[in-house]
Design a protein around this ligand. Structure first.
Ligand code: 5AD
Length: 369
């Protein structure tokens, strides 16, 4: 249970106090642990339009009207990990596994490039098939054939040496959600061999090497409390990731968490807006999970400060097997064929679709391009 006061009515005094905290964030001030906790404990629905409006303006001040489009290729649903929430966890044997070989990846990237995509995200489970050597070969090929393409990887935890070599081979960005910045909560979401310290070390390595680095979390994941979310917000405040992936937790029936409820769309919107105010320059996608949870989720996320949409370019026959959670919008919504729907949502939010490379504002000239 999070944002436990969201559906109650606050006294006007309380609302004024929370507005002051929100204004402080908007003015570039850091909040303390106690202040973030007060904000989350006492945030209610009357404050949502207020924070959305500030987040919308903040995004506009940095990135103007642009909503950047990325092409997402889910290259493998093999995973050696057993995260309790995730549908492609190793122990889910009720799943047809697939992976793309390099030529399949080249084919999709070529299609994407000729359809105007300037960022490609290669995302997958932690699959040892993708050795450093194979990834270096793939990145080198893509970097030399499509020099103006931003290459984003989202392949989980690897060594410093591996991240370094992949960066040298041409990768620009890396997405690795921290999932929870509270060690105690992290340990409730993952088996004991997975440690928050390892995850944070990976994120530090990625930043040190020079990647535009993405962190992020699920809102409403099992056992999450406001104290845990405060740790996430403090982490975002200090780490200042270039990208932030946020979405609701969504139930998957073939996981140990099968009896937990989905996250709440309104809570997700509050966290999007807070992320925008805490990290004004971050690239924040309206994620597939958010669209899967609510039919107007994408539009409402754009109203809350999001400025990126990732479009699924995986082959249709494979897409259904990349099931991180149930009812993923894999055949429609986020895919290339539905670009016009996405464009309509963007325009409805008074924003503009933008196919440019869309680097983080401080990295307009990226070393690897
Ligand atoms: N619900 C929502 N998001 C999920 N992810 C994995 N499983 C789920 C789920 N059941 C998210 C994780 C991961 C990203 C690729 O997908 O945060 O980092």
């Amino acid at each position: 249970m999070i944002l436990n006061n969201y559906y109650n009515l606050n006294s006007s005094n309380t609302n004024e106090r929370i507005k002051t905290l929100i204004n402080n964030l908007d003015n570039g001030l850091n909040l303390s642990k106690d202040q973030f906790l007060d904000l989350l404990n006492n945030f209610n629905y009357e404050l949502l339009p207020y924070i959305q409006d500030l987040a919308f303006k903040k995004r506009k001040a940095v990135y103007h009207d642009s909503v950047y489009i990325r092409g997402l290729i889910e290259i493998s649903n093999y995973c050696k990990n057993n995260c309790y929430y995730c549908g492609i966890r190793k122990n889910n044997d009720d799943l047809e596994r697939y992976r793309y070989n390099k030529n399949e990846i080249y084919q999709i990237v070529d299609y994407a490039y000729h359809n105007g995509y300037k960022t490609i995200v290669l995302q997958g489970g932690e699959d040892d098939y993708y050795s450093d050597d194979l990834l270096i070969e793939i990145l080198t090929y893509l970097r030399s054939n499509y020099p103006d393409l931003a290459l984003t990887l989202s392949l989980g935890e690897r060594s410093y040496e591996s991240y370094y070599k992949l960066y040298q081979a041409g990768a620009n960005r890396y997405l690795l959600r921290h999932e929870s910045a509270s060690a105690e909560h992290y340990s409730k979401l993952h088996p004991q061999e997975m440690k928050l310290t390892t995850r944070i070390n990976c994120l530090n390595d990625l930043k040190t090497i020079g990647y535009q680095t993405g962190a992020g979390l699920m809102v409403g994941s099992p056992y999450q409390t406001n104290n845990d979310l405060v740790d996430d917000l403090l982490f975002l405040q200090s780490f200042q990731p270039e990208m932030i992936g946020i979405g609701p937790y969504l139930n998957h029936p073939k996981t140990p968490f099968k009896s937990f409820n989905n996250g709440d769309i309104n809570h997700v919107l509050v966290i999007y807006a807070l992320a925008r105010l805490i990290c004004p320059e971050a690239l924040i996608p309206s994620t597939t999970a958010t669209s899967s949870l609510a039919s107007d989720g994408r539009y409402r996320a754009l109203q809350s400060g999001c400025n990126v949409i990732m479009i699924n370019l995986s082959l249709l026959d494979k897409r259904k097997n990349y099931s991180l959670y149930a009812n993923k919008t894999y055949v429609g919504d986020e895919s290339q064929e539905y670009l016009s729907l996405i464009k309509a949502d963007i325009e409805k939010a008074h924003l503009k679709i933008n196919f440019a490379v869309g680097n983080h504002i401080t990295r307009e000239v990226d070393n690897n391009e």
